[in-house]
Design a protein around this ligand. Structure first.
Ligand code: N2P
Length: 366
């Protein structure tokens, strides 16, 4: 053991000598695993320019994918961005290290209201720092919806959960998030049940409602809807707020005449919080802190919001955010809308198994 350790050390030292750099220079890297379409790529370049830390950046589009990796361990990632419910049970599973806030000076600018909401999942805000928060809602192609449903406003989950409505949109294309947490919570709410219930019979009722969507859904997917909406390939998606507005912007840039809108349904919807956390076995902890702190700078947070159209939690970023984004009530909801948003607690293991099984049935009919 000692010998092989010595040999390893020698190899590192020789390697460093050959490359002409001290061993630590090779460590100037941070491995970040974040949601797709969730950052201004120029912010990454700027971080590297300023700190000399290279960013290896991978993306995912589902909490389940992230969680499977985290629970297997040794992901090699230094910073990950779970949603709050997943964060809570990952903390309980011992996946993360407690944060040393003295290494994140910009955390002083975090929005107390958002961090308070996050504290429900991470008591005392010990393990995570909020990155973005947002709603799940209905993204749609205004013109195509009007052709099919007339002038009635798109303002209710009725359009998605009443098969006679969704059927009229099947020909122009409907995508739905492949995210059981979002869909179950909203189906429960729509049925007048507690969106946070863990009762098997309630969850089965929600699953039955969700199953009715299947014949009219082209795809269950959590990131492809941005381009599909922007290109006019689909006319409706159950999706996340920022993604909907990214679709709108892409269509505008392409000047293809497609107009994408987004609605927070009047019945209310799920509010989610995605937060930075550092895995226990992160190989580059100092760099992880540097990365998180950089992203909390007001100007940088503002750019990430202006580009992604997701609301961040750095209060002083507001004046730097593009006006159209900062004043968009679907991105930064007003108090009345806020009061219709709900959050949910994580599923216990047994409920999770039920939900996973039912969700597979919703998607495949089997
Ligand atoms: C970004 C989606 C992030 C919100 N495309 C889902 N957690």
């Amino acid at each position: 053991m000692m010998r092989s350790f010595g040999a390893l050390l020698a190899a590192i030292l020789i390697g460093a000598a050959l490359s002409g750099q001290p061993a630590s220079a090779a460590d100037k890297v941070v491995h970040v695993y974040n949601w797709s379409d969730y950052i201004d790529s120029k912010a990454l370049d700027e971080f590297t320019r300023e700190t000399g830390i290279k960013v290896v950046y991978d993306t995912y589009d589902s909490n389940e994918i992230l969680e499977t990796k985290l629970l297997a361990g040794r992901t090699g990632y230094d910073v990950v961005v779970p949603s709050a419910t997943f964060l809570q049970r990952q903390i309980q599973a011992g996946v993360y290290q407690p944060l040393d806030m003295s290494k994140v000076p910009n955390a002083k600018g975090l929005w107390p209201e958002v961090m308070k909401r996050l504290a429900v999942y991470d008591p005392g805000n010990r393990y995570a720092i909020n990155y973005m928060w947002f709603t799940t809602g209905i993204a749609f192609n205004s013109e195509k919806i009007k052709q099919r449903l007339g002038n009635r406003p798109v303002d209710s989950w009725d359009i998605v959960f009443k098969p006679e409505n969704l059927k009229r949109l099947a020909d122009c294309g409907v995508y739905v998030l492949d995210s059981p947490e979002d869909l179950f919570a909203n189906a429960l709410r729509y049925l007048g049940l507690n969106p946070d219930t863990k009762k098997p019979e309630d969850l089965r009722r929600a699953a039955a409602l969700l199953s009715q969507m299947r014949p009219n859904v082209k795809k269950f997917h959590s990131s492809e809807y941005i381009n599909a909406l922007a290109n006019g390939d689909i006319c409706l998606a159950v999706g996340w707020a920022g993604d909907a507005f990214q679709a709108r912007n892409r269509a505008q840039e392409a000047k293809n005449g497609v107009d994408v809108s987004y609605a927070i349904p009047k019945e209310g919807t799920l509010m989610s919080l995605d937060s930075f956390a550092i895995p226990n076995d992160a190989p580059h902890v100092a760099e992880a802190y540097a990365f998180i702190d950089f992203m909390l700078r007001p100007e940088i947070a503002a750019r990430n919001t202006s580009v992604t159209n997701f609301a961040n939690s750095v209060i002083d970023s507001k004046p730097f955010i593009e006006k159209e984004v900062a004043s968009n009530p679907a991105i930064y909801p007003d108090a009345a809308t806020m009061s219709r948003l709900f959050t949910v607690a994580p599923y216990d293991a047994q409920t999770q198994r039920l939900v996973t099984r039912e969700w597979t049935r919703v998607k495949t009919g089997r």
